[in-house]
Write a protein that binds this ligand. Sequence first.
Ligand code: ADP
Length: 251
Amino acid sequence: WRTINISGRSKDELYQMGSTYNRMIERLKESFHKQEQFVSDASHELKTPLSVIKSYTQLLERWGKSRPEVFDEATHAINTETERMSYMIQQMLDLAKNEQKENLQFEHVNLIPMLQDCIRAFTVTYKRKIKFSSDFDQLELSCDREKMNQLFYILIDNACKYSQEDVNVTVDHVDGLVKVDIQDFGEGIAEQDVERIFDRFYRVDKARSRETGGTGLGLPIAQFIARSHGGEISVVSEEGNGTVFTVSIPH
Ligand code: ADP
């Protein structure tokens, strides 16, 4: 016997449909909640540079014409904060765009020269030694060139920002995975913070991160890029001794 309802479905089938619906609704609710949280965090983050701009504008209105030193300080601060805001907005847009997987443009990319170019750029910017080691001259990866570049750019930039010493970038190929280690010998990250650094807008030291122009969006973007290529970023860190970020991408 099977109980047939009006639409011709059995009780079991209806029950299954019901639980699939419930799961879908739960997922929708969750993603809606995440969006809400993102909008609220983003507004909060944008308020800080805006209020600095407002204060300096008021200062300019009051003293700008009579005191050149106030004029210089205020215009400099307004410029810095405006740049920070546009960088943050650009990163937010990147994050939103990344979430549409169909945006990825896969092509065969030789990872070695890509990393070497990236390292060369940072060596000039930070005037720091970045040591590159690889047993391969050629390592072809099917990936979105621009996004992969962005991922390494974020991690090498962080390694330089959060340390004063040399940085090591090492490429390896293990068990069907391309592994790139980005190692610094800087301040490291405390255990309780390690699990949160991939959260949007999370910064261990907000004030310091502001000084270096940080937004707390770099690592979430990098992790998103790695995952959209079927990979992952992991981190091992010791406070006071440095950090190793490892990017693993299937090859
Ligand atoms: P930010 O723009 O602040 O650098 P990220 O998302 O790239 O944002 O990183 C989040 C936080 O993780 C940083 O603010 C910093 O506190 C910490 N962090 C990231 N990379 C490193 C590193 N190599 N060494 C120490 N701390 C790091």
